[in-house]
Design a protein around this ligand. Structure first.
Ligand code: ADP
Length: 165
């Protein structure tokens, strides 16, 4: 049974993330989506909210078998968390060239920390090549309609945040 961890901030989840999970399940039998809890990072949604939104989004997304995906939160070093789960593959997405350098550094750092850990990259689907959580967040907070970039449950949550902010 091949397994990988798909780590990220997912603040918020976009259709790009969900498309990568679907693609990841072509390569791996099971995925653990690991939502990063980093108290130093200012996030729009709490880690509990992000985990719940990810679970709901996966359940609603056609094309992902939710029995093959676990969603958890983690903090600290990714390699330690992966070691605890006895998983040695990390799944990451690659979009524009801009992702490459950062991802290369991270992959090499993780391999340096634990040389049994390999990072597997899947290219972003062309529809979502330019979709990032940060852009979605900024646009939504300025009142833009981000339908088509995020799943319906996230759209609802973003609209609620705009109203209360
Ligand atoms: P991080 O803060 O770790 O970069 P993100 O939530 O921004 O967390 O991204 C998590 C992972 O998902 C990264 O590997 C990123 O490259 C990938 N990703 C983000 N957006 C997309 C997208 N539109 N298509 C494919 N992969 C994506």
């Amino acid at each position: 049974m091949s397994k990988a961890i798909y780590p990220g901030s997912f603040d918020p989840i976009t259709l790009g993330h969900l498309s990568l999970i679907r693609a990841g399940l072509v390569v791996f039998d099971e995925l653990v989506v690991a939502v990063l809890h980093n108290p130093k990072k200012n996030t729009l949604f709490t880690v509990e909210e992000r985990v719940e939104m990810m679970r709901d989004a996966i359940a609603e997304y056609k094309g992902i078998d939710e029995t093959k995906v676990k969603v958890e939160s983690f903090d600290g070093l990714l390699v330690d968390y992966a070691e605890r789960l006895n998983i040695h593959a990390i799944l990451r997405g690659l979009r524009a060239v801009a992702d490459f350098e950062y991802e290369l550094q991270m992959a090499n750092m993780n391999r340096h920390l634990d040389n049994s850990m390999e990072t597997v990259f899947i290219m972003a689907q062309d529809d979502f090549f330019y979709v990032s959580s940060n852009l979605v967040k900024e646009a939504a907070m300025l009142g833009a309609n981000v339908k088509g970039l995020v799943p319906p449950n996230v759209l609802k949550e973003l609209r609620a945040k705009v109203k209360t902010s």
